[in-house]
Design a protein around this ligand. Structure first.
Ligand SMILES: Nc1ncnc2c1ncn2[C@@H]1O[C@H](COP(=O)(O)OP(=O)(O)OP(=O)(O)O)[C@@H](O)[C@H]1O
Ligand SMILES: [Mg+2]
Length: 512
């Protein structure tokens, strides 16, 4: 392990002490000829929140899957509470008290909360589902993640909960599977891995989630937090480890390590000064003549109830709002994917309207097909008959968005989460739509690529496209958009120039 210069000055571990509860040493893993982990070591103490950081494709999820027994390592020595630990599969890891909430959501939305939490536990009860016992386990597990004074009902469908509550149910389920809730005295799980738990949450919900994570930490759990949000790492983690190209490039106390140093460790270079080029000429003064989209009093069955705005050529219009305020639904209504019950959408664009869905797993990719095929999926042109051109196009986008892949022929399913997101984005950007509706384009995307993606959005506006950008990252909206409108409980306020907004004001308006 290497130690960054700043780490030497770290104060002694305040939150956690004693020997590590989890030790990973010399983890190696290759997929074919590609070495993804090259001797990674990581140790985590009881009562510690340990952030695992790195660019898209750095190997974070792979390392965590090895810890969970979901992937086999080529070489790896692990110890849990001082004992050798080598789980043959996720079941064994759970029984040993190592559980994970994976990067991709896993709840069955059509099942109830209760069913989701105890799913997979039933066989342990001698082949019978003992309803009373199951409820008790679920209640205890949910109690651990909601704290006192809040309840998530057991008998509602998981799909009817907010995204934030679904996330809590995911954690409750992981804890229940780790045996946490089968014991009166609380936690028997030892290690909880959260792979990008706040990627789909707004600021308030993320803050609430962290409150609960701190409670779990206080109860003695070791938490490994995989995330791209460095501010969260600084605010909540006791230690961090950076992975780059399958090796550890830095570790220390994030509260005393300058963020620039952590970024340098992640990227192997400085983060380019390229703050997003704020629209230049176009910013604040979109071309008046070219109205692309005229949305008037648009409402759906639930949310939004009423949205009115005009989108012009060369303009990026931001939509801010809390998770659940109706932002995604608004985009779907405009795109005509859901039926509106009131209002009108007039599209004055020859080349139509394209949508980047926030749900990258569900709607977006053909996982068994190559990156090149996925990128060119919706507009093939002459590619079908010319594989060399197909791959050249794939390679172009791999370069453009810094997609980490072995070649354009690699299947999309083999990419890391953030890189899959980039493939979808590439497909949309490649289209020649006049209007682009982009929902959370930087979700799961690392800090260097975020800047790139946002710069591309600006570039598209410069070329005369109109863009509606939904993002939970308020700094992103302020730096990228020409105008921003806030969606509050289904009502869209009139857009105002981005120069009139700050992050704080947006948050205040959105949550008022
Ligand atoms: N089954 C597989 N076959 C081939 N390559 C794979 C497979 N699984 C993962 N990889 C490769 O391993 C590398 C590391 O992926 P991993 O999912 O661990 O990254 P990550 O750090 O979690 O990234 P992200 O931040 O995007 O989630 C990637 O380059 C990915 O393409
Ligand atoms: Mg990952």
């Amino acid at each position: 392990m290497t130690s960054p210069p700043g780490a030497a000055s770290s104060p002694p571990e305040a939150a956690a002490s004693g020997p590590p509860v989890l030790e990973i040493a010399g983890a190696e893993k290759s997929f074919g000829a590609v070495a993804v982990l090259r001797g990674v070591s990581l140790s985590v103490r009881r009562g510690e929140i340990h952030a695992l950081l790195g660019e898209n494709g750095a190997g974070k999820s792979t390392l965590m899957r090895i810890l969970l027994g979901a992937e086999s390592a080529d070489r790896c020595q692990m110890k849990l509470a001082g004992e050798p630990y080598a789980p043959p599969g996720p079941g064994a890891a759970q029984r040993a008290g190592v559980v994970m909430v994976p990067q991709e959501r896993t709840l069955c939305l059509h099942l109830t909360v209760l069913e989701n939490v105890v799913l997979g536990l039933e066989p342990a009860r001698a082949g019978f589902v003992r309803r009373g016992a199951a409820r008790e386990i679920a209640e205890r597990a949910l109690g651990l993640v909601t704290g006192v004074g809040r309840r998530i009902p057991l008998d509602v469908r998981a799909g009817s909960l907010s995204v934030a509550d679904q996330q809590l149910v995911e954690i409750a389920r992981a804890l229940a599977q780790g045996g946490a809730a089968t014991r009166e005295d609380g936690l028997s799980a030892k290690v909880l891995v959260l792979d990008e738990p706040t990627a789909s949450l707004g600021q308030d919900d993320a803050a609430r989630l962290f409150t609960r994570v701190h409670a779990l930490k206080a109860a003695g759990l070791a938490v490994v937090l995989v995330t791209h949000f460095l501010a969260d790492v600084r605010a909540h983690a006791d230690r961090y480890t950076v992975l780059r190209d399958g090796t550890v490039k830095g570790e220390g106390d994030p509260k005393v390590t300058p963020p620039e140093q952590i970024v340098r460790e992640m990227l192997g270079r400085e983060l380019e000064a390229a703050r997003v080029e704020p629209g230049g000429d176009a910013r604040g003064a979109p071309h008046d003549e070219g109205v692309l989209l005229d949305v008037n009093a648009l409402g759906g069955c639930d949310r939004p109830r009423s949205a009115t705005f005009v989108l012009r050529r060369g303009e990026v219009l931001g939509i801010a709002g809390l998770v659940g305020s109706g932002r995604t639904e608004l985009l779907r209504l405009i795109a005509g994917l859901d039926a509106s019950i009131q209002g009108t959408v007039r599209v004055r664009a020859d080349k139509g309207v394209g949508l980047l869905s926030e749900d990258r797993g569900g709607e977006g990719l053909m996982l068994s097909r190559s990156i090149a095929e996925n990128v060119t999926l919706s507009r093939r042109g002459s590619f079908v008959s010319r594989p060399s051109a197909l791959f050249a196009e794939g390679a172009r986008w791999i370069a453009e968005l810094s997609i980490k892949a072995s070649s354009p022929a690699q299947s999309a399913g083999e990419l890391s989460g953030g890189n899959q997101q980039k493939v979808q984005l590439a497909r949309l950007l490649r289209e020649d739509y006049d209007v682009l509706l982009i929902d959370e384009p930087t979700r799961g995307i690392d800090v260097a690529s975020k800047t790139q993606v946002l710069a591309l959005v600006r570039e598209l506006a410069r070329r005369g496209k109109g863009i509606v950008l939904v993002s939970s990252q308020l700094d992103e909206l302020v730096s990228t958009c020409d105008r921003i409108a806030v969606l509050r409980r289904g009502e869209l306020d009139a857009p105002r120039p981005a120069s009139e907004w700050t992050e704080e004001r947006l948050l205040l308006e959105a949550s008022s």
